[in-house]
Design a protein around this ligand. Structure first.
Ligand code: NAD
Length: 381
């Protein structure tokens, strides 16, 4: 299957806004085909079996069309986990036994983010279709290099942007694409809790890959400028809280609040359109998506010109219609994600969260990080 046009974007600090960063676009075109591998069972090896890798291993071992060959992780806790839950499944601390095994078709990588580029490069160079947890890499140049390598080798490269396999996220995407929400004005997202405090990456690189991936998918676009500020309260140089604003050429704006230092667990994203508004609440048991038929119906010219003569007219301009909670089937997103990876290998197709999507996320992360670095250096100057 042919690959579509690729838009690569380079960021530069914008001189007119001290802590605002923007992008310069350049276009690269790649047209390659992916090898088709439609064996009855796809043979998979996994690299990294920590907190998240265990979830990946669970869904892989439950899939009928997957044969998990071995797990590479030298940590005693990982080895103990595999031995106790999956007797007979081989473990090794030596990744060469995985990459040199010609029977292995694909590799799933769930090592810490800083290792993704190295591990994915090795995997692709060994001729394996490759799934890499988010983020694909820690900078755009490395993400682009991985995508070029996958193209050259005609292999599937997919990033673990799990939310794009979440049926509630898909429901919002359908509402946006059908025009039900009208023009998308803005999106804001809160992903906060008193969570795992990581030392290898800051809260931006840990959590924002989810928000940015969802926003880019919903808008079918990528931000061209950003402004951000953060706080490093627990560890020197590692942001625990980030407030980032992304601007899109369409005029849409997105704000993301991230924290692992917060009293409440909140996972909400609100989309405000010209016709309707939607709230996606990932931790709600019974209302993951709520559609509000609310808005302001007056033409923008009238609103901006303050042409309401009476308080009554002002109220009429606000529309308060029905609130609807659609019934959405909810298969496990991670199982859907792995199913998609295997399907892409069997069909030779480009994943929804393939290289181009993953690059767009890394580019935005890098742009926001540049804003954080700029703000921090101004504050400490
Ligand atoms: N998609 C999601 O929703 C989601 C959620 C959580 C974490 N993640 C991602 O999963 C990845 C792993 O996160 P985690 O929380 O499981 O981390 P973790 O620290 O719990 O686990 C990492 C594991 O990798 C092993 N490891 C490190 N280097 C290795 C190497 N070279 N070869 C083999 N094993 C190696 C470690 O021993 C450890 O067991 C991260 O990239 C993270 O961003 C994704």
């Amino acid at each position: 299957m042919g690959r579509s046009a690729v838009v690569a974007i380079k960021y530069t600090a914008c001189p007119s806004f001290k802590h605002r960063c923007s992008l310069q676009r350049r276009v690269i075109r790649a047209d390659t085909e992916i090898q088709i591998n439609n064996k009855a069972k796809t043979t998979v090896g996994q690299l990294g079996c920590g907190y998240w890798g265990r979830n990946l291993l669970r869904v892989l071992t439950q899939a009928d069309d997957v044969d998990v060959r071995r797990v590479i992780d030298g940590a005693p806790a990982a080895v103990e986990h595999v031995n106790s839950r999956y007797p007979g499944l081989e473990t090794s601390p030596d990744e060469a036994v995985l990459f040199d095994d010609d029977d292995v078709d694909a590799v799933v990588i769930a090592t810490p983010a800083a290792d993704h580029y190295r591990a994915a490069r090795k995997s692709l160079q060994s001729g394996k279709h490759t799934f890499v947890e988010k983020p694909l890499a820690m900078n755009t140049a490395e993400a682009e290099a991985l995508v070029s390598l996958a193209d050259e080798e005609k292999l599937v490269l997919m990033a673990g942007h799990t939310f794009l396999y979440n049926s509630a996220v898909q429901e919002v995407k359908n509402l946006i694409d059908s025009g039900d929400l009208g023009e998308i004005y803005y999106i804001y997202s809160r992903r906060v809790n008193l969570g795992t405090v990581r030392q290898d990456v800051n809260v931006l690189w840990n959590l924002a890959p989810h928000d940015i991936s969802i926003i880019n998918y919903w808008l079918d676009d990528e931000a061209t400028s950003a402004a951000a500020t953060g706080g490093t309260f627990l560890q020197k140089g590692i942001e625990d809280v980030v407030f980032a604003t992304l601007s899109f050429d369409s005029g849409a704006v997105a704000n993301i609040h991230l924290s692992w230092l917060d009293p409440q667990k909140v996972r909400t994203m609100t989309v405000v359109g010209s016709k309707k508004m939607v709230v996606f609440d990932d931790v709600s048991a019974d209302a993951r998506v709520t559609i509000h038929d609310m808005g302001v119906d007056m033409p923008p010219s009238q609103i901006s010109a303050n042409l309401f003569e009476t308080f009554g007219q002002f109220q009429v301009a606000h529309r308060h219609g029905d609130t609807v909670i659609p019934r959405i089937p909810y298969p496990e997103p991670l199982a859907e994600e792995m199913k998609h990876f295997i399907q892409c290998i069997r069909e030779g197709s480009v994943p929804r969260t393939g290289g181009q999507h993953a690059i767009s996320v890394v580019r935005s992360l890098e742009m926001v990080q540049a804003c954080l670095d700029e703000t921090r250096s101004r504050l400490t100057a």
